[in-house]
Design a protein around this ligand. Structure first.
Ligand code: SF4
Length: 368
């Protein structure tokens, strides 16, 4: 198949669904790790089409949602320092921190700019040589290579007023952390498509080998996801967990060597603080010593003050797969996309925003 419409073909989707219904016998729990998958599952009504013995859970794969309050507070504190321009992706600006959001900090006088990429932030640095420009680097292995490229470009072009606050996270260690927590029993994982385009399929092998959990890497169209679910059902029913790729047009087992080289040049593995989970060893990307002059965490004194989570918000449990937005008393009441209390309602890939936008998962999909 070559065109995106083919991955939305209802006939193909129905055939896959028939095969899933025929083969699936056990009651299984599948986690879609990635927020993009959660959106696609809800948008296309896939939960309602799967057999009732297949339970779908959402995982921690939304980069805005997993950014810890303490890290967000650091970004806000940086914005309040004189002579600093903070640049960030749009969603991050609206996430409430312990005291305020970046958006509120901007209203109080901080210079906070929304950018679409780290390259945009680099251009702001070139245009404002008398200011220090800090890019808030969030995201997984998908976005981190472009941020690495921005640091290499700053080095090449001798831009000395550009900094990155690296809050990047890597996926396999957090999958391991969630499995080790033992709070949620999983039979299969739909592994993230975009992350896997960078890291390949090999880093997930421990999930099948050590935990006996089925894995399939999926794209973001309904046929991609149903193909991944079919693979998972077959692995589970046959008792042969492994890592399969249901997104062959985007993912190779070895990943993308050029992007991996970029990552390795600029970043090294470090600890990362995850909302709802805490500090997970070796689950983040820190800027290497050779490039530490671009590291905002080392270049500025950041006093973020005490951290507190939004009152009543259960984003942490949602990100660990132990709660759903429907269990939050604030959902649709005080917490809405216009007035978000927690990050899962801010980000377009957040579970709460997805439930809000597409329903609770019990409505009948339009295309059946
Ligand atoms: Fe947090 Fe709002 Fe989601 Fe509740 S509905 S968990 S307050 S983001």
């Amino acid at each position: 198949m070559k065109y995106v419409n083919e991955y939305r073909d209802p006939e193909l989707a129905k055939k896959l669904l028939e095969r899933i219904h025929q083969r699936s016998r056990k009651h299984v729990r599948l986690m879609e790790f990635c927020g993009g998958h959660t959106v696609a599952v809800f948008k296309h009504g896939l939960r309602q089409l799967l057999p009732p013995n297949i339970e779908m859970l959402s995982g921690p794969g939304c980069p805005v949602c997993v950014t810890a309050s303490a890290d967000l507070d650091k970004a806000i504190a940086l914005g309040k320092l004189p002579g600093i321009i903070v640049s960030s992706f749009g969603d991050m600006v609206r996430v409430p921190g312990s005291q305020a959001s970046l958006q509120q900090a901007r209203a109080e006088g901080a210079d906070v700019r929304i950018v679409y990429s780290a390259q945009d932030a680099l251009e702001i640095a070139q245009e404002n040589p008398d200011k220090s420009v800090v890019f808030i680097g969030i995201g997984f292995e998908t976005t981190a290579p472009t941020i690495a490229a921005s640091i290499l470009r700053a080095e090449q072009e001798k831009i000395t007023n550009y900094y990155v606050l690296s809050l990047h996270k890597v996926c396999p260690p957090i999958m391991k952390a969630i499995l080790d927590l033992g709070e949620v029993r999983l039979d299969g994982i739909i592994c993230p498509g975009h992350v896997s385009a960078i890291i390949g399929s090999l880093p997930y092998r421990f999930i099948a080998d050590d935990y006996g959990i089925a894995c399939a890497i999926s794209g973001f169209e309904p046929v991609d996801i149903l193909l991944a679910v079919e693979m998972l059902v077959e692995q589970i029913e046959s008792g042969q967990p492994k890592v399969e790729i249901a997104y062959r047009r985007g993912v190779k087992p070895e990943g993308n060597p050029a992007a991996l080289k970029l990552l390795d040049t600029v970043f090294e593995i470090g600890d990362a603080d995850w909302r709802g989970i805490g500090v997970v060893p070796a689950s983040g990307l820190s800027i290497r010593k050779n490039f530490e002059k671009y590291d905002a965490a080392k270049s500025f004194e950041i006093d973020a003050g005490p951290t507190r989570e939004p009152k009543g918000c259960i984003c942490g449990g949602i990100l660990r797969g132990v709660s759903t937005p429907l269990e939050c008393k604030l959902f649709r009441e005080t917490c809405t996309p216009e007035h978000p209390v927690g990050p899962c309602m801010v980000s377009s890939e957040g579970s709460c925003a997805t439930y809000y936008e597409y329903g609770t998962g019990v409505e009948k999909p339009a295309w059946t």
